[in-house]
Design a binder for this molecule. Structure first.
Ligand SMILES: Cc1cc2nc3c(=O)[nH]c(=O)nc-3n(C[C@H](O)[C@H](O)[C@H](O)COP(=O)(O)OP(=O)(O)OC[C@H]3O[C@@H](n4cnc5c(N)ncnc54)[C@H](O)[C@@H]3O)c2cc1C
Length: 397
């Protein structure tokens, strides 16, 4: 018999109180149809190492799959009215949503893909516009366009937010509505046949649950393996550099260069980064910053796209981790087919912050009603691996 004490019982235990776990906790406790008790177990309550607080806060609708476009459209609406949803008493939530848009740039080679993504986004109601070189130069005179064929700009509902503020907004509201957060680490899960009965915590407690949600971000695979589930989710390092640039770039959106480089304003400075090539992107939780990446790769690319960056300098940098779904770089959502009370909210591959409101709503519907009610996300279930049906997202940044 285990020496651990069975202490309490909860209807739903959520492993991980980052933006995804906290959004699920919020949507469950805010629903009048859900009457259960919710526990969120978070091992890092200051959120020093989680993906959410290390992200660059981008919000966009310019995806290639219908589910991602629709999730982000809901999120944009949610963020515009965030005070209504997450305000506590007289205290609002300032997520600092800067709706400056995403600008995806394409060379001749990528232009037809950009156009077909654009048609799909427009068909689903996203407020995006294709811009010719002339239009690009008119709007953004600082942009070097000679090697481009055009761009796609989000006119509304896109930009960036303060990730800390959204996470703490979800958490504060969920706690006010009755969710309990505990500072501890899930170190084991007890499963009998196809059901999870309880989780074991590093602090010595055993907590019984009716449903368990895996919202452990880059650690999702460790949690899944505790019940014998193999998730194709791996932690991959992503670095962010803060740069000072003497000349401002007026109306600068989040620019996504055809090379994979991105940059956007952050107050009076800029942030930028790039995903490494696939063969230089190992599974790792290492978080050291490689300053050569900025000096040798990013800086020349930045200076090529906007001359003002030629005299920029890096003033800060950090590294965080994407939870990459190596199968198709899309979220894995819903109950596991063999562990019937294990709900997955994993593998966001760099777009989980912006999907968090839609994911919170979706998982809370699944737990409460046994089905999606607002937006059908069943194509993103774990089943697609066994059926070998990838849902490839072409716009991964
Ligand atoms: C550099 C960078 C830039 C990004 N930019 C964007 C962007 O522009 N837009 C966007 O939408 N997304 C972006 N992302 C991705 C986004 O940050 C993530 O998809 C999102 O934050 C995932 O949230 P999460 O709650 O699943 O994970 P996390 O925020 O990592 O939260 C998981 C939590 O689980 C806890 N945990 C793990 N294991 C245990 C355990 N055993 N017991 C208890 N607690 C545990 C961790 O401590 C952590 O707090 C970026 C990510 C990075 C790294």
């Amino acid at each position: 018999m285990s020496p651990q004490q069975m202490c309490e019982s909860f209807d739903v235990v959520i492993v991980g109180g980052g933006v995804i776990g906290s959004s699920i906790a919020y949507f469950l406790t805010a629903s009048s149809d859900f009457t259960g008790r919710v526990l969120v177990v978070e091992k890092d309550p200051r959120y020093v190492a989680c993906s959410t607080t290390l992200s660059v806060g981008g919000i966009r609708q310019q995806f290639s799959t219908a589910e991602n476009i629709r999730m982000s459209m809901f999120s944009a609406e949610f963020l515009r009215n965030v005070d209504e949803h997450l305000g506590v008493d007289d205290h609002g939530v300032d997520v600092s949503f800067v709706e400056a848009g995403y600008l995806f740039l394409a060379t001749e080679k990528g232009w037809s893909t950009l156009q077909s993504n654009h048609r799909r986004q427009r068909d689903l109601g996203a407020d995006v516009a294709l811009l010719s070189l002339k239009q690009l130069t008119h709007r953004f005179p600082w942009l070097h366009v000679d090697d481009l064929a055009g761009g796609s700009l989000g006119l509304s509902g896109e930009g960036w937010i303060d990730p800390h503020a959204l996470l703490h907004g979800f958490r504060r509201k969920a706690e006010q509505l009755g969710a309990k957060y505990v500072h501890d680490e899930v170190i084991g899960i007890d499963r009998a046949a196809s059901k999870i009965n309880s989780v074991r915590l590093a602090g010595g407690q055993r907590v019984a649950c009716h449903a368990l949600v895996n919202a452990a971000g880059p650690h999702a695979t460790e949690i899944a393996s505790m019940v014998g589930v193999d998730l194709p989710v791996r932690p991959r390092k992503r670095q962010v550099f803060v740069i000072a640039c003497r000349e401002p770039l007026p109306h600068c959106p989040m620019v996504i260069d055809p090379t994979g480089l991105y940059f956007r304003p952050e107050g009076e400075h800029y942030v930028c980064g790039i995903a490494p090539p696939t063969d230089e992107d190992p599974d790792t939780l290492d978080d050291t910053v490689d300053t050569d990446l900025f000096e040798q790769r990013l800086w020349p690319m930045l200076a090529h796209r906007a001359e003002a960056f030629a005299s920029s300098r890096c003033i800060n940098a950090w590294a965080g981790h994407y939870a990459v779904n190596t199968f198709d770089q899309n979220a894995i959502l819903g109950f596991h087919p063999d562990v019937e009370n294990l709900a997955l909210a994993n593998g966001f591959s760099g777009h989980g912050l912006q999907q968090s409101p839609a994911v919170g709503r979706a998982i809370s519907e699944l737990i409460t009603f046994g089905e999606y009610r607002s937006l059908d996300l069943s194509r993103l279930s774990f089943d697609r691996f066994a059926r070998n049906r990838p849902i490839r997202e072409r716009n991964v940044v």
